[in-house]
Design a protein around this ligand. Structure first.
Ligand code: TYM
Length: 337
């Protein structure tokens, strides 16, 4: 098969705060596997980041860091495209068109907006509200059909399909394909280490709630040791995880890092006290994450290395999006001179 016949993937990560184990297991680690039989675009979504205030210097730092994390995790930046969203105008262009396609009622249902806007919705930016329209534009500017994400992005992808369908219907042209979410494995929803009912997140005020990709061995050991558990030993079968959110989460993390089924993890570690399982999990986390962290440090220290990757990615992404934007302009009725 030649490259252009492979299905196309698009996915993104926001450059806000620290990348954590949820981003790695829910998204980036799966991208590394999928790159072998897909043509991929992986985007650092800085336009999405500014839907809430970002310090400019910190945004630049985080943009470089996320790009470095993608490469350090094993994405081939020559075969595939790693770029930052603001460098390709097609995202903002198509997002505007989609702002005019998506309905207020659709956006009002988005649970992530409700969570992020909190009680004072009137004070949220218009960008935060329209966030899913920009996400749809990210994917559809390349007519990508597969989108590997964590479980929390599912609703946004359903909305993207609604937008694509309405655009095609309104213009009477089959411009956009349908998108298939790829939500993989036992760690599609990694939970906070402090509360098994809350998602592990960059915005949690407690750093103890998450494992950052750049945490050193001591930090990882401490966080795992302090991770919330219950007094029972680990069950030996998966059914025994019912109602035990924290135990399920730690087993899911172990399974995600080893590509084992949670049942197989329990066959090996069931009936042991949590202290023994936590020691094994710490070793596994350190062995998995420390090579990534050290490669990130190396890349970030090399003057211009990350910039060169992003520049080349943006150039290729612009070339891929140009004909799609032309098709959209034509379908909408914009005069092309
Ligand atoms: P972001 O930056 O919040 O997260 C990046 C990816 O990590 C996944 N993820 C998790 N997976 C499992 N457990 C968790 N606790 C966890 N936390 C985060 C997310 O599901 C995501 O796959 N809106 C997106 C970025 C985006 C995007 C796109 C994604 C913008 N445009 C187009 C796909 C396609 C976001 O905020 O991801």
């Amino acid at each position: 098969m030649t490259a252009h016949t492979l299905p196309r993937i698009f996915s993104g990560v926001q450059p806000t705060g620290n990348l954590h184990l949820g981003n790695y297991l829910g998204a980036i680690r799966n991208w590394v596997k999928l790159q072998h039989d897909h043509e991929c675009l992986f985007c650092v979504v800085d336009l999405h980041a500014i839907t809430v205030w970002q310090d400019p210097a910190e945004l630049r730092r985080a943009t470089r860091e996320v790009a470095a994390a993608m490469v350090a995790s094993g994405i081939d930046a020559e075969k595939h495209i790693i770029f930052h969203q603001s460098a390709v105008p097609a995202h903002a262009q198509l997002a505007w068109v989609f702002n005019c396609v998506a309905r207020m009622g659709w956006l009002n249902r988005m649970t992530q907006f409700k969570e992020k806007a909190g009680k004072d919705r009137e004070a949220a930016s218009v960008g935060l509200y329209a966030y899913p329209n920009l996400m749809a534009a990210d994917i559809l500017a390349y007519k990508a059909t597969r989108v590997p994400v964590g479980d929390d992005q599912k609703q946004h992808l359903e909305l993207a399909n609604d937008i694509a369908q309405k655009f095609n219907h309104d213009t009477g042209r089959a411009v956009f394909p349908m998108i298939e979410p790829i939500i993989m494995g036992p760690a599609a929803r990694v939970m906070s280490l402090r509360d098994g009912t809350k998602k592990m997140s960059k915005s949690d005020p407690s750093d103890q709630s998450r494992i950052n990709l750049t945490d050193d061995a001591d930090a990882i050991a401490l966080k795992v040791r302090r991770a919330k558990t219950d007094p029972e030993p680990l069950p030996s079968e998966e059914a025994g995880l019912e109602g035990r959110a924290e135990a399920r989460n730690l087993v899911g993390i172990y399974a995600g890092l080893t590509d084992l089924h949670p049942a197989a993890v329990l066959t090996e570690h069931g009936n042991k006290p949590f202290s023994a399982f936590k020691a094994a999990l710490t070793d596994l986390l350190v062995a998995s994450l420390s090579p990534i962290a050290s490669e990130m440090r190396r890349l970030l220290a090399e003057e211009g290395a990350v910039e060169a990757i992003l520049r080349s990615g943006a150039e290729r992404a612009r070339a891929l999006s140009a004909p799609v934007i032309a098709e959209v302009e034509d379908a909408v009725g914009f005069l092309r001179t």
